[in-house]
Design a protein around this ligand. Structure first.
Ligand code: SDX
Length: 431
């Protein structure tokens, strides 16, 4: 990705050595220190655990302004995309770089629909996982196994998008839906080619037992929720996808690793943790002031799940859209969900509390989304699977971009060793 090298440089003084390092600037004015020459010229490395101050790459896919709460994908504001596009249109934008015209969109839909099925062997594979398996473990391992089903079929390209990427986009919802059904002793449902992406997922999960009118209402909400999860620059799971891709591993290995990273409750697993937190509060009649006090207590491992973000130091713009979707969905479904009230009261108390204000801790994308999924009748163990479905085009777009970057190298961070100094070996008889 292109960036401007700035006229002014940074000068680093180490002992009596001065090193000038270039400064580079991105499209939206972000500035970075180009540290490529640092170790070669000085023998010194930078140390940045958690990479809070370190850019791993340049990218033209998503821009975040964490201070202003702005996110755009390939230059288009997320809100514009959420209000005007369906999920596959946004997926095409992320993966190809442009919004499709009608002809391209029809071609794209055709590619996806052609791959929207699970063959008998894949259905059978899913049937053999222990029923108690967490859906994220099943999704990660089935995605890795796709290499056995498709890995040797080559990588035909569709406008820069590999066929394996199309397969992953098309099949992920079906893997999730069939895993839900086989755990309940129900059979596989073949997708309906006349349905959209989110609607087919709901149909594949709930069959026609879910009345069409409710399915349409839920699909409209789900399309928006998938869009707000689609990409988020170099978050933990996307960085994992890039890391795995850097060894030239195949797309299924990289995405399987990304799913594993997203599962953690500090990352995508937070949407499941938020509902568990809200349900505990409701069932145990916990005092919300006490909940917030515990979240601030360093001696207590409890954290306010769905709050805080490494990049956003203001309200996560995705959380704003998610709350709007929740409010609209509950009204249209005629669902009275008391957890919304609990969440809003918790948010109000936290946002008026000096601890949260001082640390710029606001609701993030995970704070409200679980309430929408719960209203749709989706079990909470599947919430992070839905996050994976939404993030799939982002992971794939970042992988495609990484592979197209001629300057790419295997990702291999350095370290500062703090263990014992070199010492002589001691045979066991003398220890
Ligand atoms: C996602 O990176 C992305 O883009 C991720 C994501 C995406 O789309 O890919 O946006 C998706 O993962 C959203 C985040 C979901 N996770 C949660 O909701 C879990 C709860 N949140 C926290 O664990 C935390 O806020 C993180 C993990 C999200 C961010 O951690 P950081 O950036 O490492 O911040 P930190 O832990 O250093 O916190 C700074 C301070 C600390 O206090 P002090 O040491 O300064 O006294 O804020 C406190 C923290 O203790 N803090 C919290 C808190 N989050 C941070 N205190 C109470 N409750 C919280 N939720």
């Amino acid at each position: 990705m292109s960036f401007e090298t700035l006229p002014k440089k940074a000068t680093l003084q180490i002992d009596n050595q001065n090193l000038e390092l270039p400064l580079v600037e991105g499209t939206e004015g972000e500035v970075a220190l180009d540290a490529l020459a640092l170790r070669k010229e000085t023998g010194v490395i930078s140390l940045d655990p958690g990479y809070g101050n370190t850019g791993s790459c340049t990218s033209g896919i998503t821009f975040l302004d964490g201070e202003k709460g702005v996110i755009h994908h390939r230059g288009y504001l997320l809100r514009d995309l959420a209000e005007n596009c369906d999920f596959l249109e946004v997926a095409y934008l992320l993966m190809s770089g442009e919004l499709p015209n009608e002809a391209r969109y029809a071609q794209w839909l055709g590619m996806i629909k052609e791959n929207t099925f699970l063959g008998p062997m894949l259905q059978e594979l899913l049937n053999h996982y222990p029923v108690r398996s967490h859906p994220m473990s099943v999704l990660a391992s089935v995605v890795l196994s796709l290499n056995g089903f498709y890995g040797d079929l080559g990588h035909e390209v569709f406008n820069g998008i590999e066929l394996d990427a199309v397969r992953l986009l098309a099949k992920t919802p079906l893997i999730a839906a069939h895993n839900f059904r086989r755990k309940r002793g129900m059979g596989y449902i073949y997708a309906d080619p006349d349905m959209g992406y989110a609607e087919n997922f709901l149909y594949s999960m709930f069959s026609k037992r879910l009345p069409e009118e409710r399915r349409k209402i839920m699909s409209e909400a789900l399309e928006k929720l998938l869009i707000i999860h689609a990409d988020h620059e170099q978050n933990c799971s996307t960085s994992t996808v890039r890391m795995i891709s850097s060894s030239n591993a195949n797309v299924f290995a990289a995405i399987g690793g990304g799913i594993g990273a997203l599962w953690g409750p500090l990352h995508g697993g937070a949407n499941e943790a938020v509902i568990n937190m809200l349900e505990d509060i409701a069932m145990q009649g916990q005092d919300l002031q006490e909940v917030v006090r515990r979240a601030k207590d360093k001696s207590d491992p409890f954290r306010l799940m769905g709050f805080g973000h490494r990049v956003y130091k203001t309200y996560d713009p995705r959380a704003v859209i998610a709350k709007e979707v929740v409010d609209d969905l509950l009204v249209k479904l005629g669902v009275d969900e008391p957890l919304v009230q609990t969440a809003m009261e918790l948010e109000k108390i936290a946002l008026e509390d000096e601890y949260f204000v001082k640390r710029n801790l606001y609701p993030n994308v995970d704070f409200y989304t679980g309430i929408a999924y719960k209203a749709m009748g989706i079990p909470k163990e599947m919430f992070t699977v839905l996050f994976s479905m939404g993030r799939m085009p982002g992971w794939l777009a970042q992988l495609i971009e990484f592979r197209a970057d001629d300057s790419r190298r295997i990702c291999r961070p350095r370290q500062i060793y703090t263990g014992p100094e070199q010492r002589d070996f001691v045979p066991m008889s003398e220890r």
